[in-house]
Write a protein that binds this ligand. Structure first.
Ligand code: GH3
Ligand code: MG
Ligand code: MG
Ligand code: MG
Ligand code: MG
Length: 330
């Protein structure tokens, strides 16, 4: 390295050096039936830091992909890229594996990049490989630098996909969550509540409406900031106390809707009463609060819509308010 080049040249030299020589990070599914090629490839890839799972048959690779795909028994051990020989012994070729990756598993080229190892074939074969959904190919005999450059480029694609997916998931979560209370927002209830109520295979669903008593007075007495802290704490309590399969929603300002699956009418009343008592004991931000609760279930009439259930719960809530607040009505 020439010291006279200055800082920027030095920085780009370091960057280039790092890119060219740093270890690679990624999990590779490698499908190769030639033991000789596999031995060379495995030692090469492992020498550069890659974690490689080697199989000799496409069938076995498909099984591994099934187990490691989202929802599979080993979904945490997913692969970043697949490298497959084109010609494989056995019923399925590398082309068939590629086809399965793109159509059966619905993996895009970004989510599961595939690099195909081919013989020194005609352009026609190479075109065929791309048509089948490969991201890239390398011709045998393998040139180490070329193979590594291709793996690096595919790993970058895969990492960019993963980063984008994390962002998208985070944005989706923000879009369906109420920012103050962390429970679902009203939009989520309107989009998914009906499905939640009707597709329950004869298990009853309870709809519960919960409204803080005299919240306007609480704001007046303690201020809006404290009022917000109260709502925040109530949201946390609901998330803590409700079963994971329940759907807690901020329905309005200081009003929450809860959909609870597998909940018969009698259980719904008991749970709501427990909830009311827990909230009375909570004293969020040192403020004593009580809630009025109205509820209904579709136990007697499984055909009820979400709108009907919520409508009935709202009438029951109105009754709870009218009868003196801090109580549950059904
Ligand atoms: P009731 O017992 O009949 O329910 O009386 P209430 O005062 O609770 O009901 P009302 O609907 O008259 O008032 C609700 C109050 O909730 C008014 C509004 O300022 C307050 N509120 C709504 N959203 C928020 C919020 O995000 N933060 C705070 N601090 N207050 C809110
Ligand atoms: Mg082969
Ligand atoms: Mg009100
Ligand atoms: Mg209120
Ligand atoms: Mg209200």
């Amino acid at each position: 390295f020439d010291k006279s080049l200055g800082y920027h040249a030095f920085a780009s030299f370091i960057m280039e050096f790092t890119l060219r020589h740093s270890g690679l990070v990624g999990r590779i599914l490698y499908v190769e039936d030639s033991q000789l090629t596999a031995t060379v490839m495995l030692s090469l890839m492992e020498r550069h830091g890659l974690q490689v799972t080697h199989t000799t048959h496409a069938e076995e690779a498909i099984q591994l992909l099934r187990d490691t795909s989202p929802g599979g028994v080993r979904e945490d051990e997913y692969f970043d890229i697949v490298i497959t020989d084109f010609y494989l012994q056995g019923r399925l070729t590398g082309g068939d594996l590629l086809h399965a990756i793109r159509t059966r598993f619905h993996y895009s080229q970004q989510e599961m990049p595939v690099l195909v190892l081919t013989g020194s074939e005609s352009g026609e074969k190479q075109v065929e490989v791309f048509h089948a959904g490969a991201n890239d190919f390398v011709s045998k005999p393998i040139v180490e630098e070329v193979l590594l450059a291709r793996i690096r480029s595919l790993l970058t694609i895969r990492q960019q996909f993963a980063a984008l997916k994390r962002q998208t998931d985070e944005m989706h979560k923000l879009a369906i969550t109420d920012s103050l209370t962390r429970v679902y927002n009203r939009r989520y209830l309107l989009d998914h509540g009906e499905h939640f109520v009707t597709n329950r295979h004869n298990h009853p669903v309870a709809a519960v409406l919960l409204d803080i008593d005299h919240f306007k007075k609480i704001n007046d007495k303690f201020g809006h900031i404290t009022g917000d802290r109260v709502l925040e704490a109530l949201g946390k309590l609901l998330l803590d106390l409700l079963p994971d399969n329940a759907l807690p929603v901020r329905f309005g300002g200081e009003e929450f809707a809860l959909l609870v699956p597998r909940c018969a009418a009698r259980d719904a009343h008991t749970c709501a009463e427990q909830l009311r008592i827990s909230i009375e004991a909570l004293r969020p931000a040192n403020v004593p609060i009580t809630v009025s609760i109205g509820l209904d279930t579709n136990q007697a009439n499984p055909g009820m819509t979400l709108t009907q259930l919520i409508g009935n719960a709202d009438r029951a809530l109105y009754a709870a308010k009218a009868q003196g607040r801090n109580q549950v009505c059904a």
